[in-house]
Design a protein around this ligand. Structure first.
Ligand code: NAG
Ligand code: NAG
Length: 522
């Protein structure tokens, strides 16, 4: 009887395809947590059991959700200190400096995999998972979880597809026409841009290669004992880091570029946006309903604090806002003195509800990809004030696509903002364009959440989806660039040249000897 019910349960489980999934999204920041929680939501909806390594544990509990608390990661990566507007303004935050970025992120990943709660999970031989989904943020150390649990690995990439992530499953993009994700340029590239982009790619590769001993030992120290405990041998870091089955990208063509992608890259941009938007709190709802001339929503995201904007810039912006007919809603962490009548401060903003309101006419944002995707989703034009990371590229693309303007954070910001706001609000082309891109964003075979669910179970069902793997990963780089052929041609040319010279000298000396003999004979 017991046996029969066990068999039935097993069969049912298989039929419904309920799996055990480990989600590794340990970056301590609201926007990264939103990405992780999006997976949690979709996977729980599908009936899977989810274990979520969470920097900001979710409040709502669910019988099939288990959270591994890594909130102490805020100490490892103090995002409030790193991502600070003052530091950005003083140019002290140079995230384009890869060496800093790669060092800091591998240290952070190392801290996470050695976190006591994480170690407790992987050291327990009774734990088992069908797949590991890990957010890639400049380090591949989390690939080790797939070795521990002997299951496929799915990468989640938070940005538009770029060379560093594509290199893990296929190969880097051609730098002649694909800007690096932290670059501040768009096509067409000048000659020097092209050289610069090529050099950035090579420099990054070399630096990653130089970090290999450091990362190898981090990998071995964190994962070796838990793999050995399970009676297996830990593969090398290099084998595992390039062994991802799939990459799910928080990207969409409506906000990115139409780059070519390998078969195991699947864009799911927009999956984090809940289909049912929570109603606005009544004070906000009233404010938005009453904004007869429209409302401008201003938020620098969850990592940056607007209060760190220098006081003279704040004053300048407030002066510009005070002259507008529109209502301005500014996500700001403290009360501002002498607030104009049409400007309202909120310390917390339900962004989706605000953007969804028909009176929201303009979104002033730092250009984080989640914000851009949400603006496209709801069809709201954008003014981007890029600060760090991929925000420059995101905002440049918005400008290029024609549904927004860019304003830089410097002493000119108030004047530039004034011009940009008037242009975007008065010229209908911005709204037209954002509606076009919104249509592109929504016109899909399936919702991004459904796509996410489908591919996760596809990878599990097909034991790591080996059929999707790019053959590019099997070929060494010098063969892809035909450097062996180039070498062969050079060597052949060199040898032929040498032989030719030899022949010529022989012929010449023969002729001169002939001549001397002739002369002697004469
Ligand atoms: C690579 O992934 C496949 C599919 O998940 C798995 O069977 C294989 O053991 C992995 N290899 C290594 C070295 O991790
Ligand atoms: C504000 O509205 C008034 C009256 O509707 C109009 O005359 C004025 O040009 C508007 N100002 C701006 C900055 O749009």
């Amino acid at each position: 009887m017991l046996l029969r019910s066990i068999v039935i349960i097993l069969i049912l489980n298989n039929l419904c395809g309920a799996y055990k999934i480990l989600l590794v999204f340990p970056v301590p920041g609201r926007s990264h947590a939103i990405l992780g929680e999006g997976y949690v939501r979709h996977l729980l909806n599908d009936g899977h059991e989810v274990t979520y390594i969470a920097p900001i544990p979710m409040k709502n509990s669910h019988p099939k959700l288990r959270q591994i608390d890594v909130s102490t990661n805020f100490e490892l990566m103090p995002t409030d200190k790193i991502f600070n507007i003052e530091i950005v303004l003083k140019n002290q935050l140079n995230l384009k400096d890869f060496k800093f970025l790669l060092y800091a992120t591998s240290d952070f990943a190392n801290g996470t995999i050695n976190h006591p709660n994480v170690q407790r999970l992987i050291q327990d031989p009774s734990e088992h998972f069908d797949v590991v989904i890990a957010e890639w943020l400049y380090s591949e150390l989390y690939a080790g979880f797939s070795s521990v649990f002997n299951c496929p690995l799915i990468w989640s990439s938070s940005m538009e597809p770029h060379s560093l992530v594509l290199d893990l499953i296929d190969e880097a993009l051609n730098p002649a026409y694909n800007p690096h994700h932290l670059s501040d340029i768009l096509q067409p590239f000048s000659f020097f841009d092209r050289i610069n982009e090529l050099w950035t790619l090579i420099d990054t590769k070399i630096f990653k290669w130089r970090l290999r001993h450091r990362e190898n030992s981090m990998f071995n120290i964190a994962f070796e004992s838990s793999v050995t405990k399970r009676g297996r041998k830990l593969p090398s870091f290099n084998e595992v880091r390039y062994n991802g089955s799939l990459m799910l990208g928080n990207s969409h063509i409506a906000s990115g570029a139409a780059v070519r992608l390998p078969r195991n890259y699947v864009p799911i941009g927009g999956y984090h946006i809940n289909e049912i938007i929570d109603p606005l709190p009544s004070n906000l709802q009233n404010l938005m309903d009453d904004a007869k001339n429209g409302l401008i929503y201003f938020s620098m995201g969850s990592m940056l604090l607007s209060r760190n904007i220098p006081i003279e810039m704040k004053r300048g912006l407030l002066k510009v806002f005070s002259k507008l007919n529109q209502t301005v809603l500014w996500k700001f962490e403290e009360e501002l003195p002498d607030l104009p009548k049409n400007v309202h401060i909120v310390t917390w903003a339900p962004q989706l509800g605000i953007l969804a309101h028909p009176n929201c006419k303009l979104f002033i944002t730092h250009g984080g990809l989640l914000s851009i995707l949400e603006a496209v989703h709801f069809g709201v034009p954008v003014i981007g004030v890029p600060m760090y990371g991929d925000q420059h590229l995101n905002v440049n693309r918005v400008v290029d696509k024609g549904f927004g303007k860019r304003v830089d954070l410097n002493s000119e910001i108030a004047t530039q903002m004034d011009i940009a706001i008037k242009e975007v609000l008065n010229e209908p082309r911005f709204v037209q364009k954002v509606k076009e891109y919104s249509l592109i964003f929504h016109d899909r075979l399936n919702s991004p959440g459904k796509v996410l669910s489908y591919w996760v179970s596809h990878v599990i069902k097909t034991n790591g989806a080996p059929h999707l793997r790019s053959p590019a990963k099997l070929v060494p780089w010098y063969q892809k660039l035909y450097l062996d052929l180039a070498f062969l041609i050079l060597v052949t040319l060199y040898i032929s040249f040498k032989i030719l010279i030899k022949l010529l000298t022989v012929i010449l000396s023969f002729r001169s000897r002939l001549n001397t003999i002739k002369m002697k004979l004469l």
